[in-house]
Design a protein around this ligand. Structure first.
Ligand SMILES: C[S@@+](CC[C@H](N)C(=O)[O-])C[C@H]1O[C@@H](n2cnc3c(N)ncnc32)[C@H](O)[C@@H]1O
Length: 230
């Protein structure tokens, strides 16, 4: 309640905010911001609210890598991962993509606000990337949609206030992860790595279809697939 009090205005009084919150509007949308590590990001209904598991992945990448020359963040949403990595590795070239023009507008605004020089490209997965980046990425990271169509209805009401296109991948759930893992070899340097956030029940099937290693999140769940390019 205190947090809502802090963002109430005469145009948007506390009673209205409480009503919206009761109907499932995420607190971060009502506040207009979300924390991601040390960064405060603007968020609204156009983008997924960045999750602690994704923050854990970003921190894990920072421990395992040092100033990669080229970092690619596919499915960037609010820009959380790209901006976090750029803040830690100012000398790296960081490129981020999303197919939602609305999401990219939020990401761009966050980059501008935080004075972090990330390059933003719009388009479908790798199709958004400039061709000159082919075989150049040292590190590729993605938190793509990985919920199946039938799971959507079962998600908590708060989550269903977030963009459906940020969460639902297709009838199976792994459609976008599969496309990324199938295509990423064309974009990585030899020895480069891709790290993809996955749903907690998807590790087994992804291991059957792709040459990936699975890593756990802070809660011990199988949540990240790593593919190394030979
Ligand atoms: C789960 S959200 C992740 C956002 C952000 N990376 C994060 O972790 O907070 C997935 C994002 O992927 C984008 N997306 C979905 N399908 C896509 C596609 N085929 N190509 C590019 N972006 C896509 C959505 O617009 C959404 O912003």
């Amino acid at each position: 309640m205190r947090r809502l009090e802090a963002v109430a205005t005469p145009e948007r009084p506390l009673a209205e905010l409480v009503k919206l919150r009761s109907s499932g509007q995420p607190l971060q949308y009502l506040e207009g911001t979300a924390a991601f590590g040390p960064l405060t990001l603007a968020v609204d209904h156009r983008v997924l609210i960045p999750r602690p598991e994704t923050e854990y992945l970003a921190a894990l990448l920072v421990r395992r890598h040092s100033h990669p020359r080229l970092v690619v963040d596919l499915c960037t949403g609010s820009g959380a991962v790209a901006l976090f990595l750029k803040s830690v590795w100012p000398q790296s070239r960081v490129v981020a993509t999303d197919f939602s023009a609305d999401a990219l507008a939020v990401a761009r605004q966050n980059g501008h606000q935080l004075r972090l020089d990330v390059e933003w490209y719009s388009g479908d997965l790798f199709g958004a990337l400039p061709g000159e980046l082919r075989a150049k990425a040292d590190l590729l990271v993605a938190n793509p949609p990985y919920v199946s169509v039938s799971e959507w209805d079962l998600l908590p009401v708060d989550v269903r206030h977030e963009p459906r296109s940020a969460l639902v991948a297709g009838p199976i759930g792994t459609e976008i992860i599969d496309r990324i893992l199938a295509g990423v070899g064309d974009w990585l340097v030899p020895g480069g790595e891709a790290w993809i956030e996955i749903g907690e029940t998807q590790a087994l099937e992804l291991r059957e279809r792709h040459r990936v290693e699975i890593y756990q999140d802070q809660y011990g769940k199988d949540r990240f697939a790593r593919m190394k390019h030979d």
